[in-house]
Design a protein around this ligand. Structure first.
Ligand code: ADP
Ligand code: MG
Length: 301
């Protein structure tokens, strides 16, 4: 449940992912769509984070920007100290080859269909200028790490959806990116395969220290990550942090706490269920109490 507690998000110097007031406006046939409306997000190096939101909330737009495929209309965005607004086309290509790795929802978009799993990894390495012998070695190493060595010689058609996504993770990690970005990586998978893919992501995050950002509409993903950021209408609205508490008797307990996100100028979003419950609209009354802020209906008295 959402608590009234709010977490201020100060800018993180040298964060793996840093977005401030990110805006992306699409104009199609005279109609403007604000896909991102001043989004703030900081992800530290080595973090495993999920961004969860309904369809149309701006998740893919955010990921396209972070992966260097799209440019924001306004705001700031940087990944591993690369400024995504200042980059020229040549830097952008190098950035996509060396700094970020990505996994897309459509399994077909991740892998070349007529190449085996190992050849898919080798292809990515070849594009980055890695010598032939080192390519085979790196592919074998990655398949070992992801526990998919037996899939190395199969083509995508000979793999299940879940296996294809795990191979896609290997391809995404081939060039040792600082950040791994995944857009609905479990969107086409059943529950068991989704869990397997998410645990693979968690494994590479832990073992390689790569920063991982997963965007998805599936709230179940948040049970696999420590930090979930909720996105609504192109802005981050709340965050859920999970931790494990160990009692004196040694029992483990998982605790999840949801926070509203407060931006630098003091804006926050009330959870829609709160707004509905009290039928809040247009204007509300705020009052500062000793330890909290009260929000009440704004009807004229
Ligand atoms: P999500 O991935 O959360 O479902 P998207 O980022 O794909 O959301 O889309 C956010 C909003 O921006 C939607 O209203 C969508 O229709 C719009 N949008 C996304 N891409 C484009 C585009 N290329 N042209 C016009 N509108 C777009
Ligand atoms: Mg999407």
């Amino acid at each position: 449940m959402t608590t009234a507690t709010a977490t201020a998000t100060p800018p993180l110097a040298g964060a793996a992912i840093h977005c401030r007031d990110l805006v992306r406006i699409f104009s199609a046939e005279g109609v403007e769509v604000q896909a991102l409306q001043g989004l703030d997000l900081d992800v530290e190096h080595g973090e495993l984070t999920a961004v969860v939101g309904a369809s149309g909330s701006g998740k893919s737009t955010l990921l396209s920007i972070l992966s260097g495929l799209d440019v924001p209309t306004a705001g700031r965005a940087s990944v591993a100290s690369h400024d995504l607004l200042a980059m020229r086309e040549r830097d952008r290509i190098a950035y996509r080859r060396h700094v970020v790795g990505f996994v897309w929802q459509q399994t077909a978009r991740n892998l070349v269909p007529y190449l085996t799993a190992a050849e898919n990894v080798a292809l990515t390495l070849a594009a980055a200028g890695v010598p032939r012998r080192a390519r085979a070695l790196r592919a074998a190493e990655l398949f070992e790490l992801l526990d998919i060595a037996e899939l190395a010689d199969r083509t995508p058609a000979q793999l299940s959806g879940g296996q294809q996504q795990r191979v896609a993770i290997a391809v995404a990690l081939a060039n040792e990116p600082a950040v791994l970005l995944a857009d609905e990586p479990t969107g086409e998978l059943d529950e068991a395969n989704s869990a397997l893919v998410l645990e693979t992501m968690r494994g590479v995050n832990e073992q390689l220290g790569v920063t991982v950002l997963i965007v998805t509409h599936d709230p179940a993903v948040s049970s696999h990550v420590r930090r979930t950021v909720q996105i609504r209408d192109g802005r981050t609205s709340s965050e859920t942090l999970r931790r494990t508490e160990v009692s004196e008797s040694g029992d483990e307990r998982h605790v999840a706490e949801e926070f509203a996100v407060l931006d630098r100028v003091g804006r926050m979003q009330l959870p829609p269920e709160y707004v509905r419950a009290l039928d809040l609209r247009d204007r509300v009354r705020l009052s500062l109490e000793p330890e909290h802020v009260e929000v009440r209906k704004g009807d004229a008295e």
